[in-house]
Ligand binder design. Structure first.
Ligand SMILES: *[C@@H]1O[C@H](CO)[C@@H](O)[C@H](O)[C@H]1NC(C)=O
Ligand SMILES: *[C@@H]1O[C@H](CO)[C@@H](O)[C@H](O)[C@H]1NC(C)=O
Length: 771
């Protein structure tokens, strides 16, 4: 064996460890680990150059359907002069995809790629359902609106074609969106983003008018149920972001020279993490005063880690809060430089004065502690929010890590699973082919899962040291008898083994099952970050999706809402995601969804997934923009866990409960330490024997009782929804629940009744802490 030249400088260390230790630590026979990119600076992004073999096996035309589309192959010039609108939209729409009149579909995924260049458009680029729009990550392309641009925005994710709460699977990354030629007096807009779960905006610069009094806006969003966005820069404009959506997580944004950085129209709760504001008039302007669903205002905002400079007002409410909530606010670690008003009311009182200062922790709304059911309305400083050091970066902020895109890597640093014999055709058993690729190339190459549906019939083990990239959410589908016994649960994906440490990066994948799968632990996560490498083990834009689409055998035709518990064919999984005791995890943009309706045929359906996300990790764990919906016993369960940051978390209870009452149709599993059940319905969040848990934004919803919605009017679709047992140093900020009689329980006893916190459609408490 030849010693790779890369390692000669480490020779003394190698001798000490023995070369075999190094090799086995990588878990593969890999002799030249990928540690950095080798692409020439001028070379295009690897995604442009690799062989394109992605497929959509359940498309009506699987052999002809093209997943990867380069806009230049559809006639776009990218020369800044030619009008490329029609060519770009042809690249997106070709292949009879899910556009106007379709509503939703899982069978026509697309990656629409933009090489370096400047693309002139005169009307919107329409982002169809199940589309990733990706620019060259090395030489980020610009899409510029012409001076006579007509339409809602440069990119439109919903021209009224999709249901706002069901507009899943959109991602846009690596663009400069330039509205600066659009007349300053009109509302030139970068992105119309009316979207829901499994959506992201990543690495986008919005270049807007800088004229005084201009009307431009970076993002315009009136509705939806998102979602994650991050690494965004807004320059100029009237509004950086003008936004209304049930809930969202926003990480790492910079807003320069806008009149209003973020305008909040309505929400049930949003989390902003890592915000830089320079030279705006107002940082956040939040619509408040609405008291019903019809004029719902901003239910609340949780804002953490901010630097705001030369901006007269940081947060402004449009109406004062009269004590009946409306506009819950939790601020933490807010650095102000020349910001005279920290929090105020338009034409009204200053609630917190600013200056050049740091605000540790401040809140507006009802606060609770421990088992005291009486809340106190405050507009004042609160105890410093406790954050374990393992969760913070070197500047003392919550650590964040951008979706890895391997911009500087060369095409030959990737290996395609299809080139290595996996079929991804939704039929062939790809277990051996995939495991072979991992065993052979993990750590040597970045492993590319060409778009497709890969059926596996046994556990796939992903060694620590692996980097996996999917294409428009390439899907691994656990299928067959290995995964059917709920008395013997087994992982479909096993990420590392107990005690393993290393890099493990997974992006743009879906992990799933083909029913029946009562014994599937869809992902078991065991890897821990190596010392000194925060966030080395994580997933980005990667989801666990169960049923409700072609190929899963868990569809509305098989499992209609009338399905009774005797039907064993409707078991979708035992557990979605298990973070084991020795793991750490950075999970950004993760949706664990048991389908409540069928994307390919429409109707609601009954599926049985026992459990959503279970964590026994000692941390650090970052759950940034995550959601877990419709599992039977719990959506999030922390057991003997430590050092978690969770913001924002979103859940829904199964629509069929309490018919049956959990754990039915499962039974209690002691090996997986199933918690005690809430009366009649799933826990959204249950925490046992855990410490240092910080929830910074939660939207936990119960919309149905046995498919009926009358309980929304009486605010009691279920009795309890969050439970904390025997745990300490637990804090939940900005908790919005819907229709759970109690918002917080301790030792399964309801503590905070929702009647105290009605706030439009949701019920919102600003903080609950237990030391
Ligand atoms: C958002 O959706 C709700 C419910 O569908 C609707 O009543 C409301 O008008 C929408 N808001 C906007 C600004 O479109
Ligand atoms: C924040 O976003 C900017 C702009 O995209 C990027 O350069 C920076 O690396 C990001 N920082 C983090 C911590 O993600």
């Amino acid at each position: 064996m030849r010693l790779p030249s890369l390692y000669t400088s480490f020779f003394p260390l190698l001798t000490l460890l023995g070369l075999s230790t190094l090799v086995s630590a990588l878990g593969t026979s890999c002799s030249a680990p990928v540690t950095s990119g080798t692409a020439a600076a001028s070379a295009p992004f690897w995604l442009e150059q690799i062989q394109h073999q992605g497929s959509a096996p359940f498309n009506p035309n699987p052999s002809g359907y093209q997943v990867f589309r380069n806009v230049k192959n559809f006639g776009a010039k990218g020369d800044g002069v030619t009008d490329d609108t029609a060519a770009i939209n042809a690249a997106i729409s070709s292949g009879n995809r899910c556009g106007n009149g379709c509503g939703q579909s899982s069978v026509s995924p697309a990656v629409v790629y933009f090489p370096a260049g400047t693309y002139l458009v005169s009307s919107p680029v329409i982002s169809y359902y199940y589309t990733q729009l990706i620019g060259d990550a090395k030489h980020v392309p610009t899409i510029i609106a012409s001076a006579n641009f007509q339409g809602i925005a440069i990119i439109d994710a919903d021209p009224g074609w999709y249901v706002n709460q069901n507009n899943f699977y959109h991602s846009i990354r690596n663009f400069i969106l330039d509205t600066s030629r659009i007349p300053a007096s009109t509302s030139g807009t970068g992105i119309h983003w009316q979207v829901s779960q499994a959506t992201s905006l990543i690495n986008i610069v919005f270049q807007m008018s800088t004229a005084a009094g201009n009307a431009h806006q970076g993002i315009w969003m009136e509705n939806g149920s998102g979602g994650y966005m991050g690494d965004l820069v807004f320059n100029g404009g009237k509004f950086g972001m003008w936004v209304g959506n049930q809930q969202f997580t926003v990480r790492n944004i910079t807003i320069n020279n806008a009149q209003i950085g973020v305008f909040g129209l309505w929400n049930w709760g949003w989390t902003f993490q890592g915000v830089t504001i320079n030279n705006c008039q107002i940082g956040f302007q939040l619509t408040t005063g609405g008291t019903t669903q019809d004029n719902q205002g901003v239910g609340g905002e949780a804002i953490i880690d901010v630097v705001a400079t030369n901006t007269p007002t940081f947060v402004q409410f449009t109406q004062p809060s009269d004590g009946s909530l409306h506009g819950a606010l939790v601020l933490n670690n807010i650095k102000l430089n020349n910001v005279p008003t920290a929090v105020g009311v338009a034409n009204g009182a200053t609630l917190l004065s600013g200056g050049t200062t740091t605000i540790n922790s401040w809140a507006q709304g009802n606060v609770y502690t421990g088992t005291n059911s009486g809340g106190q309305f405050i507009q004042s400083g609160i105890n410093a929010i406790s954050k374990d050091g393992s969760l913070l970066d070197s500047a003392g902020r919550i650590f964040g890590k951008t979706h890895p895109q391997y911009a500087n890597y060369a095409p030959d640093q990737f290996i395609s699973v299809k080139s290595q014999g996996a079929k991804g055709d939704g039929q062939t058993d790809d277990t051996a082919a995939i495991q072979n690729v991992l065993n052979q190339f993990s750590g040597c190459k970045i492993i590319f899962f060409d778009a497709g549906v890969y059926v596996v019939t046994n556990t796939i083990t992903i060694p620590a040291g692996t980097q996996i990239v999917g294409e428009a959410w390439s899907t691994i589908l656990g299928s067959g008898s290995a995964f059917t016994d709920y008395n013997n649960p087994r992982p479909v994906i096993q990420a590392g083994t107990a005690g393993s440490t290393g890099v493990l990066e997974i992006t743009d994948m879906i992990f799933s099952t083909r029913g029946p799968a009562a014994g599937a632990v869809v992902v078991e996560w065991n890897v821990h970050d190596p010392a000194g490498q925060q966030g080395a083990a994580g997933t980005w834009d990667t989801h666990i999706i169960l049923g409700g689409k072609d190929g899963t055998n868990l569809q509305a035709s098989q499992c209609p809402t009338s399905t009774s518990t005797g039907n064993n064919n409707c078991f979708a999984a035992f557990l979605g995601l298990h973070l084991t005791a020795q793991s750490s995890a950075y999970l950004e943009g993760l949706w664990v969804w048991t389908a409540d309706h069928d994307l390919d045929s429409g109707p609601q359906l009954n599926l049985w997934t026992g459990r959503g996300i279970m964590s026994e990790s000692q941390g650090p764990v970052w759950l940034i923009g995550t959601a877990s919906e419709h599992a039977i016993i719990y959506q999030y369960y922390l057991n003997n866990a430590k050092n978690h940051y969770m913001g924002l978390i979103q859940t829904e209870t199964p629509y069929f409960q309490p018919n049956p009452v959990p754990p039915a149709p499962f039974i209690t599993n002691t090996a997986y330490k199933d918690p005690a059940f809430g009366p009649g319905a799933a826990w959204a969040l249950t925490v046992t024997n855990s410490q240092n848990i910080l929830v910074y934004g939660a939207g936990l919803y119960s919309f149905f009782q046995n498919y009926g919605q009358d309980c929304l009017n009486t605010f009691n679709c279920q009795q309890q929804i969050v439970n904390v047992d025997s745990s300490s140093s637990i804090a939940i900020y900005l908790l919005s629940t819907v229709a759970s009689q109690y918002q917080i329980s301790v030792n399964s006893q309801g503590i905070v009744p929702n009647s105290a916190n009605r706030n439009g459609f949701a019920q919102t408490l600003t903080s609950w802490t237990r030391t």
